[in-house]
Design a protein around this ligand. Sequence first.
Ligand code: UDP
Ligand code: MG
Length: 321
Amino acid sequence: MTPPILYIVVPCYNEQDVLPQTAPMFLQKLKDLSARGKISEESRVLFVNDGSRDDTWRIICDLARQDRHFMGIAQSRNRGHQNAVLAGLMEAMDQCDITISIDCDGQDDINAMDDMVDAYLDGCEIVYGVRSSRETDSFFKRATAQGFYRLLNMMGAEVVYNHADYRLMSARALREFAKFKEVNLYLRGMVPLVGFKSTCVYYERHERLAGESHYPLKKMIALAFDGITSLSVKPIRIITVCGLLMSVVSFVGILWAVIAALCGHTVAGWASTACLICFIGGIQSMFLGVIGEYIGKIYMEVKARPRYIISDRTGGEDSHA
Ligand code: UDP
Ligand code: MG
């Protein structure tokens, strides 16, 4: 059997500080693996520039000129981590046998790639990289991340615990994944839906080698919200159950009011009426908000906008730094 062609897909957004450090590490890993006959010589590191405003794209172009194992594509503007990974995977899909997506900041242990490739050679189509501990994360990040996974599972979105977007996918799995046409992307929740034989590989997560995280709390909450509403209709079910309970309570209330009126005990109760109106009004608008979120998503899906647009490629005539 000829060794498979591996593409390492690396999303990069404003990473000029860290890219010069991690790019040689990816290349070294590629060369080690191909020297051991695990992967083909034709394997590549594919950088996806996600509309960086700094020198990232120039660095990628330089790297591609220096070594043919480096390639790059650039999104026409910043579209976010998930879209950048997808763009890279779709670009790689037809040129390789396996892809491994990994962040470019050196946080994910690249040595886990050895086990991932071994698992592929053993017949797995998808291999999830799972953090064995979160000791290097701050207490805050750890607590919020754990709460995040719990919430997702409670809401019916099945995700692999402590797995981010460091994973191996075969071209075959990717071709199936490409049929998922949604624009609201939550890759780590969508990939398990593809199925195929899969496994997990455990690794220690390190500190960022340089630069700063692009995932502040606001973006994490947005991702969690996207994860839940893209993958599950459980919030709608919860609304239905709450609505049902409220109807029962109101029915009892109505009975009580009618009986009280018939017995002639009614008092002019402006305050209680106003409170009830406020309460119901508040709850209803909250519920409508959640429903609105789904309608918003339907709206976006119906538009079927392209999920990524590639403006440049290294090596092509249109490549310019
Ligand atoms: N990233 C991206 N587009 C964005 C934000 C981030 O391509 O809009 C990339 C970033 O360059 C990195 C990866 O996504 O390779 C993960 O981002 P980061 O390390 O900032 O997140 P954290 O590890 O702190 O969750
Ligand atoms: Mg990071």
